[in-house]
Design a protein around this ligand. Structure first.
Ligand code: ZN
Ligand code: ZN
Ligand code: ZN
Ligand code: ZN
Length: 354
């Protein structure tokens, strides 16, 4: 008996399982890497080839090719007997996102077991219309959850709002991105994504990546209230880079009352760390607690901030240390010993939705 109703849940679960098995940390996915993971974990040997390659090998014209596979996008051949599969994609299309979608979609047909017969190919000719449609919907669900998992789209959107471009973050077409965003917003009304933890840990760095294009710094920020670069006040955008080695501004240790351990101006370390009223160095009068200078009646920020913040990450205003000249502008050299790492802030425990 052939299944006729599409099983979306199964398609989503298998896509996520594949992401987990691959141990990737970020997007856009490298689809050739996926091919390798597939080949390592399955007996079937999968190859991914272009129309051009296939046309040359079998001496086919472009229209002959499309007629042969009955698709402008691509197809998947599978031979159970020979333990071989091949995904063919149309490399004549000038749309990398669409090509990636096709490959992921055909990959879905393979993993979902749609092509179980020898040399089978998913076309309208060999299946009933209903079966064909159900398989297509499942393969698209698989592709969507593999290339741009809904919960990750939600997390990034939740932090940065509609400024983000889903298409470039996940390497999908603009059209697919619009559909995913629409669907995510619709679902998030009833679906609690914050409890959707299955990919959260694996992609935690990816989700919390932020980038300042003005001073060229990558950040890991676990606080979605943080919208501005603390070094130059520019608004964050989304950008992910695995193993970022970027120069970080010197950070200063602070006491439980947020006082710097040594006055940044005169190096006095005789600060009353137990008294949160001790906010100014008694030797030179410099502030020892950094805070946001935004006293706007409405926004009322004024938050305590890391000692190396020139600007408030929450509202973009100047900080006390910057205004008083304790910290120089980000592009003026003052750093003694730059360290190499991400911002090392650890997520507050209650923010990890386990
Ligand atoms: Zn298909
Ligand atoms: Zn910046
Ligand atoms: Zn001082
Ligand atoms: Zn502020």
């Amino acid at each position: 008996m052939m299944m006729i109703k599409p099983n979306y849940k199964k398609a989503e679960i298998l896509a996520r399982k594949f992401l987990k098995d691959s141990k990737v940390k970020g997007f856009p996915l490298d689809l050739d890497f996926f091919r390798k993971v597939y080949n390592k974990t399955h007996n079937t040997r999968l190859r991914i080839k272009s129309f051009s390659w296939y046309m040359k090998k079998y001496n086919l014209s472009y229209s002959g090719m499309i007629e042969f596979i009955n698709s402008e996008d691509g197809c998947c051949f599978y031979s159970k007997e020979e333990e071989k599969a091949i995904i063919i994609y149309n490399d004549f299309l000038n749309n990398a996102g669409r090509i990636r979608w096709t490959i992921a979609h055909e990959f879905g047909h393979l993993i979902l077991g749609h092509i179980n017969n020898n040399r089978a190919i998913i076309t309208r000719n060999k299946l009933s219309e209903k079966e064909y449609n159900a398989y297509e919907l499942e393969a698209n669900t698989f592709a969507r959850e593999l290339l741009a998992p809904m919960s990750l789209v939600y997390y990034i959107y939740d932090c940065l709002g509609d400024k983000i471009s889903i298409d470039s973050i996940f390497g999908i077409s603009h059209e697919a991105a619009q559909n995913i965003l629409k669907r995510m917003l619709e679902w998030s009304k009833t679906h609690d994504y914050s409890k959707d933890t299955c990919l959260y840990v694996q992609f935690s760095k990816f989700i919390h990546s932020k980038y300042c294009s003005s001073c060229n710094h990558f950040f890991l920020s676990y606080n979605k209230q943080e919208k501005y670069c603390k070094f130059c006040g520019n608004e964050f955008e989304f950008k992910y880079k695995e193993d970022v080695n970027t120069m970080k501004y010197k950070d200063y240790d602070i006491s439980k009352n947020k006082q710097v351990l040594r006055c940044l101006t005169c190096d006095n370390e005789d600060i009353d760390f137990n008294n949160d009223k001790y906010a100014f160095c008694h030797i030179c009068g410099s502030p020892v607690i950094n805070k946001c200078l935004n006293k706007n009646e409405k926004t009322q920020c004024g938050k305590s901030l890391p000692a190396n913040a020139r600007f408030c990450p929450y509202c973009g205003s100047e900080t006390l240390f910057y205004e008083k000249g304790l910290l120089k502008a980000w592009n003026k050299k003052q750093e003694e010993t730059p360290t190499f790492s991400f911002d090392s802030e650890v997520p507050p425990e209650e923010e990890i939705p386990f």
